[in-house]
Write a protein that binds this ligand. Structure first.
Ligand SMILES: [Zn+2]
Length: 258
């Protein structure tokens, strides 16, 4: 590991980070963080056209291409979509990555989101961070336990509502108005998804949808922002020695809290 501080953004599927966290990740890159993007799922169900092997290959390539826009390293999915379970085998594999990267800041999904893959990804990340230093929790592959402080932030759910249609209001708003074009460029690299999302979710344009979601979060911000990403910070117990908020400290005037 280098001495650089590491920020890790984790989504269930390739393109989830781009929808909900990429502007913030880009800002952390500006602040000197080493950036990593990881998706637990390989994106194999995000298609009405390609077979399993072809869509996995395409989506991994798209993930790498999107990450490269902000100089991030992309870590490919471990399991198939819809098979993202909070289970022992997956948890051991996710823990290995957390130990390898030693992130200080982790961005991931909301505990309450519109579909189970997102929620299970959130649970896997919470526990993987929690048990990073437990010597008797053996990761797969086996990695030495780590003891760095980790600060975990939950992005707003897709569409800014939980599965029961309740609006989720973030406690922390990151101004990404100057990063919206970078975010869109990253999302644009997920070429296979335009056709799929148009067909499966009735989105006229996934790029426009991303902008609308960020615009809605910006409107919720205490002092109003053109485009924002929203987060709620996980409790620090088991994660860090002290209750700190490095995302706000590092991003300074970009952040509004309520
Ligand atoms: Zn997703």
């Amino acid at each position: 590991m280098s001495d650089k501080k590491v920020a890790l953004a984790v989504g269930a599927h390739p393109d989830d980070v781009e929808f909900t966290m990429a502007g913030t990740l880009a800002a952390l890159g500006d602040a000197g963080y080493e950036l990593h993007i990881f998706t637990v799922g390989n994106g194999n169900c995000g298609t009405a056209v390609y077979d399993h092997n072809e869509i996995c290959r395409l989506r991994a390539a798209e993930g790498h291409a999107a990450a490269s826009v902000v100089g991030a390293t992309y870590h490919e999915g471990l399991v198939n979509d819809i098979e993202i379970f909070y289970d022992e085998m997956t948890l051991r594999r996710v823990t290995a990555l957390v130990r390898e990267l030693e992130p200080e800041i982790v961005l991931t999904h909301s505990p309450n989101d519109y579909m189970e893959d997102h929620q299970n990804t959130c649970r896997l990340m919470v526990t993987a961070c929690f048990c990073r230093g437990m010597r008797n929790w053996i990761s797969n592959p086996a990695r030495v336990p780590t003891f760095q402080d980790v600060y975990l932030y939950h992005a707003n759910p897709h569409g800014n509502c939980d599965g029961m249609r309740n609006l989720v209001v973030p406690s922390l708003f990151v101004d990404i108005s100057d990063k919206i074009d970078v975010k869109e460029e990253m999302l644009r690299r997920h070429v296979s998804q335009k056709e799929w999302l148009d067909k499966s979710q009735g989105m006229d344009s996934y790029l426009m949808t991303m902008r609308e979601i960020c615009g809605e979060i910006g409107e919720m911000a205490p002092r109003g922002l053109a485009y924002a990403e929203g987060f709620r910070q996980h409790h620090f117990l088991g994660m860090s020695a002290e209750d700190k908020d490095p995302l706000s400290d590092v991003l300074g005037s970009r952040v509004q809290k309520q």
